[in-house]
Design a protein around this ligand. Sequence first.
Ligand code: ADP
Ligand code: MG
Length: 635
Amino acid sequence: MAKKRQFQTESKRLLDLMINSIYTHKEIFLRELISNASDAIDKRHYNSLTDASIAGDDYNILIEKDEDLRTLTITDNGIGLTEDELISNLGIIAKSGTKEFKENIKDLNDLEIIGQFGVGFYSAFMVSKKVTVYSKSVYSEKGYKWESTGTETYTIDECDITNPGTKIVLSLRDNSEELEEDFDEYLKEYKIKELVKKYSDYIRYPIKTETTNYNYSNEDNEEPTVTKSIEIINSMIPLWKKSKNDIEEKELFEFYQHQFNDFQDPLFHLHSKVEGNLSFTSLLFVPKKAPYDLYTEKFEKGLMLYTNGVMIMEKTKELLPDYLRFVKGLVDSNDLSLNISREMLQQDKQLKKIAVTIEKKILNELEKMLKRDRELYNEFYNVYGVNLKYGIYDNFGAKKDDLKELILFKTTNNDDLITLKEYTESLLTDQKYIYYASGKNKAQINALPQMDLIKDKGYNVLMLTDDVDEFMINVLSKYNEIEFKSINQGDLDLKDEELEEQVNEKQEVSKGMLEGIKEALGDKITDVKLSKRLKDSPVCLVSTEGVSLEMEKVLNNMPIENQTKAQKVLEINPNHDLFKALENLYENDKSLLADYSDLLYNQALMIEGMQVENPVEFSNRMVKLMIIANKKNED
Ligand code: ADP
Ligand code: MG
């Protein structure tokens, strides 16, 4: 008689999450079950070292499908589970990864993080309406059957099993057109192979499944002969675990192309092993071409993370700084071992350590390349240089000293790209600054009036062609104690005392109105002022010290998380009819001041070539004023 048992409360909650999961990467259930199988074989093997009686042979993991019954079966000849273990390991969230997961997940919206945890056995319920586990422990005479539909209860019953090990039968859920879920996929040979390749390729034990072979060799017959055989579908030995000398370049490039969907060979790669407190192997690639979406928000940077041959995360963003987002590859560390998915906090610390080492390695490699293979470096720089510049600018220049030697510039006196070192080595004797100018090309910069004197002197000028260049120069501020100087620098402020007095007076008179506008605009602006620089336009935006509007525009085009904004001041032209209209409004119809303010602010944004902040609201306000204007005509 099958015994019915209740799941522990915590487990019920987790099961509930799994079953109602809207998580799109349900496919990871296979990774989890294969990892468990592999762990079980590990345990059997390990224990057999001191107890030969439990040793097995031909350790393997078998995946079988039955299209008619819609079942997927995963069988291992690992250590197996006793009755008690079935109860305590599958019925309770004990110390296993699922517990961590449960603690970190608060509601269904958090489900995107599932993939980052070892969610374990229960993930089977994301794809199954019923899970049946047949298991016999190496330490038990009897076999047991555990079964559950993932609701309140599970059953346990004795059953006949000859060999130790575990067989897990998943009765797949019904397809749902509404949710666009097709569970039949997991019954397809290609899908099983794909998932094993993707997540479990480097599991140390053979993963087998029935494979269809097409033999075209029979000459007269156009139809191939079809045979079926059980084949190993994982490669078992990770390429990166081989010693460098044993890896052929061809093999490496094939791996790269296959793994990272590139049809070209990489520009260069970096394979290294780090031994120490935290040992890891990394295999990194820089693609010849930047991915088309590298600079979009959609782009996900990150390295694949393996531990013990199991891929834990596909894009581990913690492993790469933003400015190296173009690097592809993987990290494998057995020291993270099972902890990686089990203990997030520890994982953070260890990942950070690895990330620091990896960053250093990449920069070292680039420095070496700059010295030894300038042609390759130039090729690299032409594609990815802008990222390095961004790296200097990012994080308040924290990385500037590591990166400044790697930056190349076009200059007015050189045909080739040069480094800052090369620039300063050829300073003329009376030259005190590193000069720079923004412009599209040499001709344009040379035509600037400010260049006349500099050309006479023969000074070389760095050409700033990328948006980020000026930000970077600002952050660098000096190179080897030599300051940067823009050739456009100089106080262009034309002081006009009469105008100033006039504006100040008006400013005093319309104080109330200006404050009203300021209040209406809230934290969008830092101040509202009457302008001393406008002639024909009604309003403009200017920035205070620090980030300029130009810079903000550039920043808006960058995939950065915390956008820096310019501190904006709205300037109103006191000699424009609009100013009079505002005064009038303030006197007679204050209720509209907020609408006017918002429209003016957004107009000023548009004039600066920036985006209207809330187009719908903007349009609604405009329409409101149009209707009012029309009503006035009717009256
Ligand atoms: P974790 O693998 O993190 O321990 P799981 O939820 O994946 O968490 O598995 C829970 C437990 O169930 C495992 O620790 C193991 O004791 C047991 N288990 C799961 N699958 C197997 C299996 N194929 N063979 C033996 N034991 C298993
Ligand atoms: Mg597990």
